[in-house]
Design a protein around this ligand. Sequence first.
Ligand SMILES: Nc1ncnc2c1ncn2[C@@H]1O[C@H](COP(=O)(O)OP(=O)(O)OP(=O)(O)O)[C@@H](O)[C@H]1O
Length: 561
Amino acid sequence: MSAHAPALEITGLTKSFGATRALDAVDLVVEAGTVHCVLGENGAGKSTLCHMVGGSLVPDEGALRLYGAPYAPRRPADALAAGIAMVHQHFSLVPTLTVGENLRLLRLRDLPRRVARVREEYGLELDLDARVAELPVGVRQRAEIVKALLREPRLLVLDEPTGVLGPAETDALLATCRRIAGSGHAVVLVTHKLGEAARAGDAATVLRGGRVSGGGPLAELPPERLVPLMIGRPAQSLGAGTAGTLGLALDGDPQAPAPEAPCDEDAAPAPERRAPGRTVPGGTEKALRLRDVSVRRADGTHALDAVSLDVGFGEIVGIAGVEGNGQSELMALLGGSLTPGSGRVELGGRDVTRAAPRERSGAGLGVVPEDRLHEGCVPRLRVSENLFLGRLDRFRRYGMFLDRRSMARAAEVVLTEHGIRADGPGALMASLSGGNQQKVVLARELALDPLVCLAASQPTRGLDIGAVGAVHSRIRQAAAAGTGVLVVSSELPELLALCDRISVAYRGKLLGPVDPAEPDARERIGALMLGAHASASASRDENGSRGAPPQPVPGGEPAGR
Ligand SMILES: Nc1ncnc2c1ncn2[C@@H]1O[C@H](COP(=O)(O)OP(=O)(O)OP(=O)(O)O)[C@@H](O)[C@H]1O
C-alpha cells in the first residue's frame, strides 16, 4: 500500500448485460480519507459499479486498484478479504433468523466487543433478539449497516443506504461516513439526495447512461451544476416540493418553466400544490375507511391499536411517523397479507377486511408496499407480466392463450409514459435497476380500473430527482380524478407538499390529523412523532373521538416495545 495512493482507482470500467451497456469506460478515483458520492438517475449504472467493486459482478473491461495495489475481485469473498464492506440496495440478512443469529453467521472474532463498539462509536442501536422478518425496513437497513461496520472495513460502499432511514438515523449514518473518512479510510456513497451529498461528501462522480457526465470536489458542485449533469435539465425545472423531498434547497425560482426536452414531469404536468379539501360526490361513503382496527404482534404487543382512519374520494391523506410505529402493519393490512384481530376495513363502502389481495385490487384498492422487490413484484417474471399482474385475462385469447404480442405493445406504452428504463417489455423484472422496479409497481397500481383508493408506502423511495416530481404529479392526478390516496412516508417535505391532511403513527395509534397548510404544521407533526400531543385537537383520533393522550417521551420508540 502506497502512502498517498487513492483508496480506490477505477479505470475504463465497462459492463454490458445483453444489449444494455450498463457502464461504459468509467473512470473514478476515491481518495483515502474521503467520502466519495456517486450520483445519477435511475438506471445510470451506480449499483452495477458497486457490484463490481464488491466482487459480485466481474467487469467486461477495465481495471481497479485498491490503496495502490491491483484489485480484481472474482467473488464477494475477495472484496471482504481486501477490507471492503458493502451495503447493497437489497437486503442480505436471513429473514427467518434473529439479528444476533445473522451477525453470528459472519464468524467474526470478538463479536460482542465489535457490536458494543459500533453501538458506542456510531450510535447504531440494534435489538439482537428481534427476528429480521418482523423488523420494519428502516431497522433492517440499520442492521445491514451494523453488519458492514463490524468488519471494520478500510473501504465502505453504501448503495443508497438512507432511502429507508428516518432523519435521525440518516444523520447518524452520515456522521458515521465522516468518522470513517476521518480515520483515514474511505466511503463510496450512492445517493439520490443532493442534500446528503453536500453534508457528508468530499467529492462526487456523476453517471448518466453508464458514462461519467462530470464530477469533482463537492464544494465546487452546487445543485445548479449537479442536477443538469444528472438528468440533463436545469435544477429550476424541479418543483419546490420535489426539491424538498430530495433534501435540496434550490436558489432561484422553483416554478421556472420546464425545458423543452421531453422529461417525466412533462408527461404528467400538475400544479406543485393542490387545493385542499377537493372531493368527489360519494355521499357519506369514503374511498377507504378503517374502524377500530387492531393488530397484535407475536409477542402480544399492539402493532395497531384500535385505529380508525377515513380517506375521502379525491383526498390525499399522509401518514408520518418514526418507522416501526405501525406503518408496516397498516400497509400489510391494506395489501391483504395481514388480517386484523378486530375491526373493519371498507373500500368505497364495501367490507374488504378479509378479502384476498386479488379481490382487493379487483375492487379498486391499489397498494404500493414498502418492500416492492419482495412484495410488490415478481422478479423472475417479465416486466410486461409484472405490469399487468392480476389483469392478464385482458390479454387472453379464447379464454386461455396469452396474446404476448398485444401485452408487449400495451406494456411499451406504459414504459414510455412512466419513463421506465428497461431492455423492452420482455426484460426480466430482476434485471431492472431499483428505481425502475419501483416505477413499474407504481405504474401498475395507478392503472387499476377502477382505482377507488391508492395506498402507497414511500412512493418516491429510490427514485431519481427527475422521477420524484413525476410521481407526485401522478398521485395528484389520481386524486383529482376522485381516487382517495393514502401516502405513508418518512419524508416530511413530501407529505407536506402532497397531502390535504397528515396523521402521525405513534405506538400503533394515529395521532392528529394536522393540516399541512397551517404555519406550524411541521413543528406539530414533529411533536406528535415524539408522542407529545401538540394541541387538544391533535390528540383526537381520526374519528374525532379522544383516545388516551400519549405521554411525551424522549424519542419515538417502535410501537408497543
Ligand atoms: N442483471 C442484469 N441483467 C440485465 N440488465 C441489468 C442487470 N443489472 C443491471 N442491468 C441494467 O443496467 C443498467 C444500470 O442498472 P443499475 O442498477 O446499475 O442502475 P442504478 O444507477 O443503480 O439505478 P437505480 O438508481 O434505479 O438503482 C439498467 O439499465 C439495468 O436495467
